[in-house]
Design a protein around this ligand. Structure first.
Ligand code: SAH
Ligand code: SF4
Ligand code: F3S
Length: 445
């Protein structure tokens, strides 16, 4: 009788770093002989890749662990593993260990490469395995990977963050900034092109500080120029950019490199100089506004998106008005908006003047409402125009349609044959929504 192939599911929360780490974990599981499970209920191994940037994410994860614990009660040989940023916080790892005896494996962010060995331990010995490294070791290259897309790929360029924005937990759970060697990055990109990938997104918490820590220091601009020359690669994206380190050389490089897309995600966080200072962001609103102007001047048609937070401790009506004013002046193409949430262990959580929830929610409503109008207006301005789209696949919401993105990272949904997936096509924009554009391929004669 043929032995049943064991199956896995990786459930991911958080940012692109986690999406990408999950691809690596899936790759490692497949190299052990596991296959993707048809549904969570059927999986033999379930890994939860966690985020702790805000409490809402953490609460969702505790809820999920509760549901998975029930599954384990019914199915004794199920293995539940938890990894990602939450496990790097000792008090959280302890809580998971005590409250969820059904969790078999607790793994940190610095030792993902140890997954195969630790999983085998958990499986063979039927005992709990807990391994979280306090600090990152050497970067481990050439791990197996199973990527979610066949067209576009994430490529890490830095790990960790040195910025210590006063509200943010990321530097504590992801460790100090480490850059990958340019040769390793370029080899990965070349390999991806050989496999048929057409777009890469270079990933780091602060891509602009890439290369400063290497034995032979280099810069993000130099790396970008080299990636731009990889034959067969059509599009290059990168995220996230810190405004402070966005030097003129980088603007000029983006403008000059034909494959680098005209989209910059440039988190501003706040529009008040007093708050920016308390956040330890290292720039003021005048600098940010000038930077946006220089970027727009050098890169025609560029889309600028951002992250904005309301309710940082001590934020007054006046400070919030400064944020609204900045939003008005920049007219971002899109924005992720957040309510400040105190993270244990960060300096901002200890500040005395925490803003009441009611005020926070009034402010976020106002911000979202205004930014939505601006985002929609940007999208509507594209109606009637022809845009170059890289076709990524079927639309997630309607498999009868195709979906792809403009160079400026706008999602476009349009009818067309599936064999266009992976191709560049020109699409006429026929409609604009808040979240995407609708389009039509040119009529064939
Ligand atoms: N490295 C990226 C962002 C990582 S976290 C950068 O510096 O831009 C993504 C976003 O979450 C941040 O930009 C910030 O807006 C938000 N964020 C981080 N900590 C937060 C907190 N304590 N409460 C609310 N939002 C937070
Ligand atoms: Fe957090 Fe600031 Fe680092 Fe971004 S740059 S990850 S917001 S500390
Ligand atoms: Fe969350 Fe960790 Fe990313 S805390 S935002 S998953 S780096």
């Amino acid at each position: 009788m043929k032995e049943r192939v064991p199956t896995y599911e990786v459930i991911t929360f958080g940012c692109q770093m986690n999406d990408h780490d999950s691809e690596v974990m899936a790759g490692m599981l497949e190299s052990l002989g596991y296959e993707p499970a048809a549904s969570t209920d059927e999986a033999d191994v379930i890994l939860v890749n966690t985020c702790c940037v805000r409490e809402t994410a953490e609460n969702k994860i505790y809820g999920l662990l509760g549901r998975l614990a029930h599954l384990k009660d019914k199915k004794g040989d199920l293995i539940i593993g938890i990894t990602g940023c939450m496990t790097q916080r000792p008090e959280v790892a302890r809580k998971i260990k005590n409250r969820f005896p059904q969790v078999d494996l607790i793994l940190g962010t610095h030792n993902l490469h140890r997954l195969p060995e630790l999983l085998l331990q958990a499986r063979e010995c039927r005992k709990r395995v807990i391994e979280v490294w306090e600090q990152a070791g050497e970067i481990v290259e050439n791990l197996p990977i199973r990527r979610a897309s066949k067209v576009k790929a994430w490529v890490n360029i830095t790990y960790g963050c040195n910025n210590f924005c006063t509200y943010c937990i990321v530097p504590y759970v992801r460790g100090r900034e480490r850059s990958r060697r340019p040769e390793d990055i370029l080899n990965e990109v070349r390999q991806l092109v050989q496999e048929g990938y057409r777009e890469v997104t270079l990933l780091g918490q602060n891509v602009n500080s890439y290369g400063k820590d290497l034995p032979q220091p280099t810069s993000f601009a130099r790396l970008l120029a080299k990636v731009d020359q990889v034959p067969g690669l059509w599009r290059i994206r990168f995220t996230t950019s810190h405004p402070r380190d966005f030097i003129q050389e980088l603007i000029d490089t983006i403008a000059r490199c034909p494959h680098v897309c005209e989209h910059i995600h440039l988190p501003v966080q706040a529009g008040s100089n007093r708050i920016l200072k308390l956040m330890n962001r290292g720039y003021n609103r005048e600098y940010y506004l000038d930077l946006v102007e220089r970027i727009r001047r050098a890169i025609p048609g560029v889309a600028i998106t951002t992250d904005i937070m309301v309710g940082f401790p001590g934020e007054t009506e006046e400070d919030f008005a400064d944020t609204m004013d900045l939003v008005e002046r920049v007219r971002f193409d899109g924005a992720f908006t957040f309510v400040y949430n105190p993270r244990p262990g960060t300096p901002a959580a200890r500040l005395p003047e925490q803003v009441p929830d009611k005020v926070k929610s009034e402010r976020i409503q106002k911000l979202i409402e205004r930014q939505n109008e601006i985002t929609l207006a940007h999208n509507q301005a594209l109606v009637g125009r022809v845009e170059q789209i890289l076709v990524e696949g079927e639309s997630k919401t309607n498999p009868a349609m195709l979906s792809g993105r403009t160079r400026t990272n706008r999602l476009v949904i349009f009818p067309g044959p599936r064999d266009l997936i992976g191709q560049l096509v020109n699409v006429t924009v026929t409609g604009a929504r808040l979240t995407h554009l609708e389009g039509q391929l040119p009529a064939t004669v």
